[in-house]
Every structure is written in structure tokens, then in C-alpha cells.
Design a protein around this ligand. Structure first.
Ligand SMILES: Cc1ncc(COP(=O)(O)O)c(C=O)c1O
Length: 397
């Protein structure tokens, strides 16, 4: 079947929850993907920060193949070798003492918020259940994570939302301090907001939040679903800011493209969960965690963090140069290889034009072009993409 036939079939049988672009992707390798008609694209979306290692990284493919022949799934009633290995690796390379595995970012955030409530009810005084989140945040699509997501457009049609949430502006530590009361158990924050438009924390902001949480005995949860696993040039984004959270959530790129989620937890916090308190059928299953071990090892051993810092720095400086040329570029920002170009107009048509010219990029919040290439992208590939982007932008001017 050609792409049109696949798209026609999709319209009849797949639920219409996505406004899809008219291409059918069938193959990927490194920074490139191909559609069913054989057209090649450079991928600066990378599954929205899932394919940090590039598509079909050989070590991840091999790990999946080998694990699939041995054991694909067993219940969490039993110990699972690759699950233990991945937890060990994550603890060795982070602040965490314990890991809970699940299957997605939303599920990781659900788990983190459940744990915060458990800990608050068990250890802290009184009935503390409220969670403070930031305007412009994105934490997932389940009822609790949707409510945590402080963006009205995602809430429409789903009322009543979950009780127990308060929203404050991003980058306003005083607003957090003022919002905390005797009911507050946790603050949930993306260290860099991804879906909200690649919004970076201002100098000292996250450190101040840590201080406030310590002073008020409130848990600090970092949602690193999008910015974790090397995306910012360090394995975890919190490492840039001289502080550690109490709980950190991961998903997306943790298993190199196989669905997975995880909570990284300090020991004294993880004790809040007792056997039977929380669970997931597929969480940490052999296939996903074997892929996770391979993916994490490759990120650490193949210089991807360094490449992310170097190419990311180059990319951001090139975006800065473009900003000088086009008055409708209002800001460029980001860290490592999560970069944004804010425009004074809608960016949707630019994404479509880029796609026709063989480059996949993304636009979030309507007017922020977002670049999330695999961490193996080269300066040359960045130049190639920006050359074409410049041509497209010139047509607008
Ligand atoms: C920061 C953040 N948290 C949570 C999620 C939800 O992850 P998932 O779609 O795997 O549930 C996302 C997804 O984009 C995200 O970017």
C-alpha cells in the first residue's frame, strides 16, 4: 500500500486523537527516518525526546533481540534480572537509592504524586495532600497528571478535575512560598518546561525551591520525562542546578524507544511505599528494562552527553544568529539539545514546509519551534537543517 492508502485506512480505524502530518514512517536509522514511499527525513523531533540515541541504536536492537528470545514478560511477583540491573545503573548515576518502574511519563508522575501523599500522611503532620505545579507545565494525560498540567487547553471537557492541586507561575519562587500551606505535600516541576515552550529556570530559582521545600517539609518532585537521559547535556537536568530532588520521574528515552517509565527515589522517601501500595503489570518488564540497560550504557559510554553539550551549544549560537536576521524571531533558548525558537506568529506552516523539504521539526504552544534531535546529531546536520529553515523563513519575511 502507498502512504495515501495507509492514511485512508487509518482514518477509518484509528481514533482521531492526533492531528497527524501526512506521512507514514516505516524505518529509522540514527538521525534519519524514511516514509513508506521511500522519502528520507532528518529527524529533529526524535519521537519528542524518546529517540535520544538515534533510531534503532544497534546496542538497543541487540538487547531487545536477545531478551525477546529469553524472556519477554513475567509478573512482578518475581525478581527480574534486567530490572535489577537497570535500577542499579540508575542509582549509581543519580541521587537515587531506589527505583520504581512503570510504562510512561504520566504513569511515573502518577506514582510520584501517590508516593508524596503516602509519605505526607505517614511522616509529616496532619492530612497533607495538595500538590503545587507550575503554569505552562505538562505532566501527562491521566486524570491526576492532566490536573497537574497547569494549562487550561488540556482541561477542556474533562471537568470535574482532581481536587488537591494549586498552580503558580513558573520562575516565581515567592509565589510557591506563598502558595504552600498546611495541606501542601509536594511541588511538582519540570526543571525545563518542554511542551510549555522550552522555558528554562531563571538563575537560582530551582535552588530556592529546594530551600523552600526543606524549610516547609514539602517534597520536591522533578519531572524529567522530557529533559532526562542526557537531553540537556548531563544525564539528568537537575545536575546543572546544584541541587537534588526527592523524587525524579523518567520515561520517554529511558529504554531507547521501548515504552518505560520510572521513579528515582531517595531511600527515606521510598519507604513510604509498602508492598501492595503501588504496582504496574508491565512496569520494569524484562524486555523494556533490557533495552533500558543497553540505552543507558550507550549514552554513558559513547560520548553522547559531550556531543549533546557541544552540538547543543553550537546549535543555540546559530539560532541566536538567525534571531538577528529575522525580526519575527522573538527569543531563542534551551539547554543541550532541547532548543526553542519563539516566533511572533504561528509556527505550524513552517513545520509543514520543513517536512516537505525533508526535515522533521516540532512546534509547541503554537509559536515556539522546538528542536529535539537525537543526541548523536552532528554540527553538519544542524547546519543542513538551519540552511533549509532559513530559506523557509525568508519566504515569510
Ligand atoms: C515533562 C513531561 N511529563 C510527562 C509527560 C507524559 O508522558 P507520557 O506521554 O509518556 O505519558 C510528557 C510527555 O510529553 C512530558 O513531556
Amino acid at each position: 500500500m502507498n502512504s495515501q492508502q495507509w492514511m485512508d485506512l487509518s482514518e477509518t480505524v484509528v481514533a482521531h486523537t492526533y492531528a497527524r502530518y501526512p506521512i507514514v514512517l516505516v524505518r529509522g536509522k540514527g538521525t534519519r527516518v524514511w516514509d513508506v514511499d521511500g522519502k528520507e527525513y532528518r529527524d529533529f523531533v526524535a519521537g519528542l525526546a524518546v529517540c535520544n540515541l538515534g533510531h534503532c541504536h544497534p546496542k538497543v536492537v541487540k538487547a531487545i533481540q536477545e531478551q525477546a528470545e529469553k524472556l519477554i514478560h513475567v509478573s512482578n511477583f518475581y525478581y527480574i534480572e534486567p530490572q535489577i540491573r537497570l535500577a542499579r545503573l540508575l542509582c549509581d548515576h543519580s541521587f537515587a537509592d531506589k527505583v520504581f518502574f512503570c510504562n510512561s511519563g504520566a504513569e511515573a508522575n502518577e506514582g510520584a504524586m501517590k508516593l508524596a501523599r503516602k509519605v505526607a500522611k505517614g511522616k509529616m503532620n496532619g492530612d497533607r495532600y495538595e500538590i503545587i505545579t507550575m503554569e505552562g507545565s505538562f505532566h501527562g494525560r491521566t486524570f491526576a497528571t492532566l490536573t497537574a498540567t497547569a494549562q487550561e487547553k488540556f482541561h477542556k471537557g474533562y471537568s470535574p478535575l482532581m481536587p488537591g492541586f494549586k498552580y503558580v507561575p513558573f520562575n516565581d519562587a515567592k509565589a510557591v512560598r506563598d502558595a504552600i500551606d498546611s495541606k501542601t505535600c509536594a511541588i511538582l516541576i519540570e526543571p525545563i518546561q518542554g511542551e510549555g515552550g522550552v522555558n528554562c529556570p531563571s538563575e537560582g530559582y530551582l535552588k530556592t525551591l529546594r530551600e523552600i521545600c526543606d524549610e516547609k517539609e514539602v517534597l520536591l518532585i522533578f519531572d524529567e520525562v522530557q529533559v532526562g537521559m542526557g537531553r540537556t547535556g548531563k544525564l539528568f537536568a537537575y545536575e546543572h542546578y546544584g541541587i537534588v530532588p526527592d523524587i525524579l520521574t523518567l520515561a520517554k528515552s529511558l529504554a531507547g524507544g521501548v515504552p518505560i517509565g520510572a521513579l528515582l527515589i531517595k531511600k527515606e522517601i521510598s519507604d513510604g511505599f509498602k508492598p501492595g501500595d503501588h504496582a504496574s503489570t508491565f512496569g520494569g518488564n524484562p524486555l523494556a528494562t533490557a533495552a533500558g540497560v543497553a540505552a543507558l550504557t550507550a549514552i554513558l559510554e559513547e560520548g553522547m552527553l559531550e556531543n549533546c553539550r557541544n552540538v547543543g551549544g553550537y546549535f543555540l549560537s546559530r539560532l541566536g544568529e538567525m534571531k538577528k536576521k529575522f525580526p519575527f524571531i522573538t527569543e531563542v533558548r534551551g539547554k543541550g539539545l532541547i532548543l526553542g525558537m519563539e516566533l511572533s506568529m504561528d509556527g505550524g506552516s513552517i513545520v509543514k514546509e520543513m517536512m516537505q523539504r525533508g526535515f522533521l521539526i516540532n512546534c509547541t504552544m503554537g509559536n515556539v519551534l522546538r528542536f529535539l534531535p537525537p543526541l548523536i546529531v552532528t554540527e553538519k546536520e544542524v547546519d543542513q537543517m538551519l540552511e533549509v529553515l532559513e530559506e523557509v523563513l525568508k519566504k515569510i519575511q
